[in-house]
Each structure stands twice: as structure tokens, then as C-alpha cells.
Design a protein around this ligand. Structure first.
Ligand SMILES: [Zn+2]
Length: 288
């Protein structure tokens, strides 16, 4: 799933391409990905797009007058930039937004933004919200690089697993399974430790690792061009999804995995858990 760095870099590319253009229309191409009934998308037709930004893992398109389109790609969502726009309706297509440049006039080809999805259980979603309405952004936790999150990490006595807190969008927004694994490895913290159990210096390591891992990831993502179309983004991680490979810190150990129902977590026993190999719940269930 695209997380903060991927969505931030994507929002920057879309902002450079689309800010100042007008929305011509939005063509719904598949099962309903639109999560709101009012205002309707056509109330934005002909409106100028002021900016494309990001909050958490959401793209936020702000239009003249303050109304916004908020888009979440979810786990399987992809976004293609089409210049000129296409008329195709390939498998998994959800919605195509058509933008026309002011300077080129309404009849010019403009730009198409196609949202597609792979798989079935996690759908890309979008919302049209009136000025001042938060919609899906309400209740989100602070951004990971913020004073608010730093204060939370320094003071929280949460007893939940770090891996759970980091991925909980109400605690901190924008981090998922991928960068969560890499952050905990960089901070040398066990994914099963809790904020409650951390010493003050370990809390600082967590904050530094969060900032550094996300900054490195954003640098990498800013080299990308166009939309976000790759089926797999996993090769960017140093730890996540790499169980069985040598630890990138060259400690001599091999990265291990703990598998849950729908995902797995990767860590290094030497660097993160004092040598302890965490029980793989999927494996222990098989052995029962
Ligand atoms: Zn290691």
C-alpha cells in the first residue's frame, strides 16, 4: 500500500501538473468508489483546481471556493496520468478525472487522471466535501514529522505493540506496514515492545528513525515520474518483506518474519529483540 512518502511525492507531481487547471468531469468507470452523495462531483465541473496536497495517506484536491476532492488509493489502488486522456475502460478502472488547462481552453486535450485497482478486498475511495468539511480526514492522528507526534512518543504510556501504534492512523497518520517495519529496525526496537516499556533515549531513537526513514523514502519517491502505477512497491524497503535476507545492518543475522492473518512483519532478532526469535503465530497454529 502506498504510504506517506509515496503519496507525498505523488501529490507534488500532481500539483505541478494540475494546479491552475479546471475539472471538466469525473467519469465513474467501476463499482462505486465515490463515498459521498453531496455535494455531487458535477458541482465542481468548470472549477479551477487550486492545489493538490496530502494529509496522511490521502490526496487532497482543493478547488476554487474551498470544496475538495479527497482520494485514498488503499492497498491495491493505482493512479495513472494520461496525456492526452484516454477513453479506455481497462479492468479495475474506478474513476477518470478529466482536467483542462485554462490557457489551452476547454476543448484542448488536457490531462486524464485514471484511478485503477487490483484485487477485490481493498477499494480505492474518493469523497467530495464542501468547504470546511473534513470528511475522511476527521479523527486522523498527527503527521509523523510533527511536534504533536514527538510529544506523544515522549509521554505516551500505551501498552500496545509499537507495530500496532505506528500503523494506527488515529495515533499517527501516514505510516503503514512497510515503512513501519523499516522504522522499528532503524530504531533497533522490537515490534512487540510498547511505548510504555521504552526508556527516554529509546523514544528519541524512535522519533529520529521515523524522521530519517520517511525522509529517505521521500527522496527516493521524488525521482519517480508520472502517476503511481506499479503493482508492487515493495522493493524500496530495506527490511519489510525481506525475511530470509541478511540484515541490512550487516549484524550477521537473517531477517525474520512474524505472520498474521492478513499481513506479515519483518525484523532482525540481533538488532531488535535481543536475539529472541518471535513466535510465528501462523506456524504455531499449524503445529497444534
Ligand atoms: Zn541485524
Amino acid at each position: 500500500m502506498p504510504e506517506l512518502p509515496e503519496m507525498q511525492a505523488l501529490s507534488e507531481r500532481l500539483d505541478a501538473l494540475l494546479a491552475g487547471t479546471t475539472l471538466r468531469r469525473a467519469d465513474l468507470l467501476g463499482f462505486s468508489s465515490l463515498r459521498t452523495y453531496a455535494p455531487t462531483p458535477d458541482t465542481l465541473y468548470g472549477r479551477r483546481l487550486i492545489s493538490v496536497g496530502r494529509r496522511a495517506k490521502y490526496l487532497v484536491w482543493e478547488f476554487d471556493g474551498g470544496a475538495r476532492i479527497i482520494l485514498h488509493l488503499s492497498r491495491a489502488g493505482r493512479l495513472d496520468v494520461e496525456q492526452p486522456p484516454k477513453n479506455t475502460r481497462s479492468r479495475g478502472s474506478a474513476v477518470r478525472f478529466l482536467f483542462a488547462s485554462h490557457t489551452l481552453g476547454r476543448d484542448a486535450d488536457g490531462v486524464g487522471i485514471l484511478v485503477r485497482e487490483y484485487g477485490t478486498h481493498r477499494k480505492a475511495s474518493w469523497w467530495v466535501v464542501a468547504p470546511g468539511v473534513e470528511g475522511p480526514l476527521s479523527g486522523l492522528g498527527p503527521e509523523p514529522v510533527s511536534e504533536e507526534f514527538a510529544a506523544l512518543v515522549r509521554t505516551s504510556d500505551s501498552r500496545r505493540r509499537l507495530t500496532t501504534d505506528l500503523r494506527d492512523q488515529h495515533v499517527v497518520s501516514g505510516i503503514g506496514r512497510g515503512w513501519g517495519d523499516d522504522i522499528l529496525h532503524r530504531a533497533r526496537l522490537s515490534p512487540f515492545a510498547s511505548l510504555h516499556s521504552l526508556r527516554p533515549e529509546q523514544r528519541e531513537f524512535l522519533l529520529i528513525a521515523t524522521t530519517d526513514v520517511l525522509a529517505d523514502a521521500l527522496d527516493l519517491e521524488r525521482a519517480r515520474k508520472g502517476g503511481l502505477s506499479e503493482a508492487k512497491l515493495g522493493d524500496r524497503f530495506k527490511v519489510h518483506g525481506r525475511a530470509g535476507e541478511p540484515c541490512p545492518r550487516a549484524c550477521g543475522n537473517t531477517l525474520r518474519r512474524v505472520a498474521f492473518e492478513s499481513y506479515e512483519m519483518t525484523y532482525c532478532p540481533t538488532c531488535q529483540t535481543g536475539g529472541k526469535v518471535l513466535a510465528d503465530r501462523r506456524l504455531s497454529r499449524l503445529l497444534k
